[in-house]
Design a protein around this ligand. Structure first.
Ligand SMILES: C[S@@+](CC[C@H](N)C(=O)[O-])C[C@H]1O[C@@H](n2cnc3c(N)ncnc32)[C@H](O)[C@@H]1O
Length: 244
């Protein structure tokens, strides 16, 4: 998709009717695998994982063993990043990477040579039923995939999964013309090389079109959740677990 055509794209409202190719049941397995393999490059630049670790995970890890859940972990690089840092700092931790897509869980598990993370093909609702709370519940680039009822369920499950004193943080793209133009410009030169035969560029541009603005996310967020803006073009939807 060219910048010229990009400038004609309507970003005033969410394009929720445009499906991402990686979500299709019949997505090409090799392209999907290459997409999971390329997520770390995108996330290293965009996901703000270092800030999340130092703000939310590290302080809670000082009190002893910590449990972290990555919902919709995809290829699992964020869960691996968190687990690796906790291990490096000598902190006892259990990090769970959960996704409802068995293809993602299989790929993430195969990529985890060090056995850092417990990978699970489960929904957040199944985890709630297990009744084991987490100190940090996080997700990255999941919210824009969900329908309104799915979002409501995910947020309800997240609050139930958050231990007293814990936190739930869902991180996603903020839809804007700048975000679209930036992603277009960053990925265009590597579309035929690093990103070749992956869904990263096409689905990434679609993701931006499907994503919320801060005002839209605040409007659908249930009580107790707050929206924070982060650079570059990020939104965090945050809920602090209650202290009883
Ligand atoms: C774009 S990928 C993001 C993967 C990863 N979090 C990342 O940042 O690279 C979105 C993932 O969310 C998963 N997903 C979508 N809805 C979900 C749900 N309700 N519960 C768990 N995972 C979900 C999809 O299967 C997909 O693997």
């Amino acid at each position: 998709m060219s910048a010229e055509r990009g400038s004609a794209i309507d970003l005033r409202r969410r394009a929720i009717d445009l499906p991402e190719r990686m979500d299709a049941d019949d997505a090409d397995p090799e392209m999907l695998a290459r997409t999971y393999a390329r997520f770390p490059y995108v996330n290293a630049i965009l996901a703000g994982r270092r800030g999340l670790h130092s703000r939310e995970i590290d302080p809670r890890a000082r009190h002893g063993r910590i449990r972290v859940l990555d919902i919709g972990c995809g290829g699992g690089d964020i869960a691996r990043y968190v687990a690796r840092r906790l291990r490096r700092d000598g902190i006892r931790a259990e990090v769970i990477g959960a996704d409802i897509d068995a293809r993602a869980v299989r790929w993430a598990s195969d990529a985890d040579d060090e056995g850092l993370v417990r990978w699970r093909c489960v929904s957040s609702a199944q985890l709630v039923a297990e009744g084991e709370p987490f100190d940090v519940v996080l997700s990255n680039h999941v919210l824009h995939h969900l329908s309104a009822p799915q979002l409501a369920d995910l947020l309800d499950d997240s609050t139930r999964l958050t231990a007293p004193g814990g936190i739930a943080v869902h991180s996603d793209i903020a839809r804007s013309r700048t975000a679209y133009a930036l992603f277009d410009a960053l990925t265009r030169p590597i579309a035929g090389t690093l990103l070749k035969n992956s869904f990263i560029r096409e689905d990434g541009l679609l993701s931006i079109r499907r994503s919320y603005t801060a005002a839209e996310l605040a409007a659908v967020a249930p009580p107790g959740w707050r929206v924070q803006r982060r650079f570059p073009s990020r939104l965090l939807l945050v809920h602090a677990g209650h202290l009883y």
